[in-house]
Design a protein around this ligand. Structure first.
Ligand SMILES: Nc1ncnc2c1ncn2[C@@H]1O[C@H](COP(=O)(O)OP(=O)(O)OP(=O)(O)O)[C@@H](O)[C@H]1O
Ligand SMILES: O=C(O)C1=C[C@@H](O)[C@@H](O)[C@H](O)C1
Ligand SMILES: [Mg+2]
Length: 192
């Protein structure tokens, strides 16, 4: 388990007891998020699911009809919706591009403790190659796209997160265990 807490740790004393997962497509936010929620007895929320429900159509159709800009507007609205109905004890998986709008970064931290699931583009490519439901990877060079997205977003993930977990050599269950144990310690500190 490789974790990297060596980044500025904002005060979390008044933040809700939620876990927010960020990272590129295929980093495991949805898969790991469900496992963490199950193991901690938390509820599970996925911003991609909220967007699909609100828009009444799947993500590729939203991109086709409204472009990436339209999708990003739905994404910010989903975060605002979550903050307006703020829950405790939830695991919130996000979409891979949630950090690309600067106004989303403070919203993520207001929602909870933010964990960046990191993997190399090669790993991400292997994990996403079987599926066609990610519009940004529907092109001739999805591995190159993932490399470019990592380059463009890495600093944003770092800025937005309280903790980074490198997942390349870990099963989804191992990652979930690492997240659960890290947040147990964090939430115990907060309530001390
Ligand atoms: N640590 C892991 N080891 C092996 N496979 C994994 C791991 N984490 C996730 N996967 C697999 O990778 C695929 C993508 O995972 P998942 O959909 O959870 O990613 P995501 O971060 O939610 O992506 P997106 O940003 O597109 O929503 C799934 O098939 C999942 O089972
Ligand atoms: O990384 C991204 O920009 C995306 C990731 C997915 O979770 C979806 O939110 C959508 O396919 C866009
Ligand atoms: Mg997901």
């Amino acid at each position: 388990m490789t974790t990297d807490p060596a980044q500025p740790q904002p005060s979390t004393s008044r933040r809700p007891s939620n876990i927010v997962l960020i990272g590129l497509m295929g980093s495991g936010k949805t898969t790991v998020g469900k496992l963490v929620a199950h193991s901690l007895g938390f509820s599970f929320i996925d911003t991609d699911e909220i967007i699909v429900k609100n828009a009444g159509k799947p993500i590729p159709d939203i991109f086709a009809a409204e472009g990436e800009t339209g999708f990003r507007q739905h994404e910010t609205a989903a975060l605002q919706q979550l903050l307006n109905q703020l829950q405790q004890h939830a695991v919130i998986a996000t979409g891979g591009g949630i950090v690309t709008r600067p106004e989303n970064l403070p919203l993520l931290k207001q929602l909870g403790y933010v964990v960046w699931l990191y993997a190399t583009p090669n790993t991400l490519h292997h994990r996403t190659a079987h599926s066609d439901d990610r519009p940004l990877l529907r092109n001739a060079d999805p591995a190159g796209t993932l490399r470019n997205l990592l380059e463009a977003r890495a600093d944003l993930y770092k800025l937005a997160s309280d903790l980074k977990i490198t997942t390349d050599d870990l099963s989804a269950h191992d990652v979930a265990y690492g997240v659960s144990e890290s947040v147990r310690v964090e939430f115990a500190k907060q309530s001390a």
